[in-house]
Design a protein around this ligand. Structure first.
Ligand code: SF4
Length: 353
């Protein structure tokens, strides 16, 4: 897949949404559960929302730091337009502080530390179409923090029937949730662990707001949702924790939400941890399937568990190698052998304009 060339340019100031003025020129940003209170000349925790003279501005607006064409399986999404290309973009900054961040070169950078290109929202769908993509993904860093840009890109993409994807940590307030997700077709939400201890110490955030986002997505939107759990040796790979995570998904979201257990590689502040052994992912998958989840995948390793099988008759319906779809035997979203419906967004009804 091509990597697009990006050029250094001065970031533009775009007034943000989801903030209110406070005393002494401070502002309160309520886009994410951090609720930053920001003095003049300073940024919030995420670096790219800044207070200039008592107003909040988004430095990420129209200024992506990364543009790339990816297979949709890389997000990972296994039940959403399989085998298609997705135009993927990210900015600087992040609202979490994960010690294991695998994109820390942009997520831990300020806007002036990345090679950003000025790309207005209306140009994004044209680039996506130019590179043969069926969808646009907001990914690499946490997209919530550049929600204003995302909303405008989604509006620009609509006439072309391009689908839109959030690859997110799920750390957003209800105040902003519908403003963004009412424009979105699919999301992969990182459920990074199932303990408050991990979220507090390793990501510098909290677990409950992420669970709330998953519930809002399930109950209040038509967004297609998949979940990723990156397994880090000794930190979140305890089988009892995996069981609780899978049980929560089953009880609250149902058995058909795809769950991806993915392998960690040492990065950023967790260089001392070893890569996740494949057997850890196999064990986690076994547990989640025992609990009753129908679609449990393994990622970042070569595995038979990249394939999609019919939960009723075990027929192989989509065969994959890593991020590549080798064979898609689905028949209009149904198992070709027993006719069982396989939930997902399988067909692209887009007719390019
Ligand atoms: S989006 Fe950024 S500035 Fe706003 S509350 Fe979250 S971390 Fe703070």
């Amino acid at each position: 897949m091509p990597t697009l060339q990006i050029l250094q340019q001065t970031p533009a100031l775009h007034e943000a949404l989801w903030w209110e003025p406070e005393a002494n020129g401070r502002v309160h940003c309520y886009l994410c559960p951090r609720h930053c209170h920001i003095c003049h000349g300073q940024s919030g925790f995420c670096f790219i929302r800044v207070n200039q003279d008592g107003k909040l501005f988004s430095l990420g607006y129209g200024a992506p730091a990364a543009l790339q064409v990816d297979p949709i399986e890389k997000k990972p999404l296994s039940h959403f337009l399989p085998g298609s290309r997705v135009f993927s973009m990210g900015t600087a900054g992040c609202n979490m502080g994960c010690f294991f961040c695998q994109n820390w070169d942009i997520s831990k950078s300020h806007q002036d530390q990345v090679r950003a290109k000025q790309v207005p929202p209306e140009e994004v769908p044209l680039l996506a179409l130019k590179y043969g993509c069926d969808s646009i993904a907001f990914t690499y860093n946490e997209p919530t923090i550049w929600g204003e840009y995302i909303i405008d890109i989604c509006k620009a993409a609509k006439p072309y029937a391009l689908k839109t994807v959030m690859v997110t940590n799920g750390y957003i307030t209800y105040d902003a949730f519908h403003d963004i997700y009412d424009h979105i077709d699919a999301a992969n939400v990182d459920l990074k662990a199932f303990t408050e201890n991990f979220y507090g110490k390793i990501t510098l955030t909290h677990l409950q707001p992420v669970l709330d986002t998953l519930l809002w997505l399930h109950k209040e939107t038509r967004v297609w949702v998949e979940i990723t759990n990156l397994m880090i040796p000794t930190l979140n790979d305890d089988p009892a924790e995996t069981r609780k995570l899978a049980e929560w998904i089953l009880a609250n979201l149902g058995p058909d939400v795809p769950l991806h257990f993915t392998a960690f590689h040492p990065d950023f502040k967790l260089q001392d941890k070893s890569p996740t052994p494949p057997k850890t992912l196999h064990r986690a998958r076994e547990i989640a399937r025992e609990v009753g989840l129908h679609y449990v995948y393994e990622g970042n390793i070569f595995s038979e568990a990249a394939n999609t099988r019919c939960p009723a008759c075990n027929t192989l319906v989509i065969r994959r190698s890593w991020h590549e779809v080798l064979e898609n035997r689905l028949h209009h979203g149904h198992c070709p052998k027993c006719g069982q419906g396989i939930p997902g967004v399988w067909e692209n009804l887009r007719s390019p304009k």
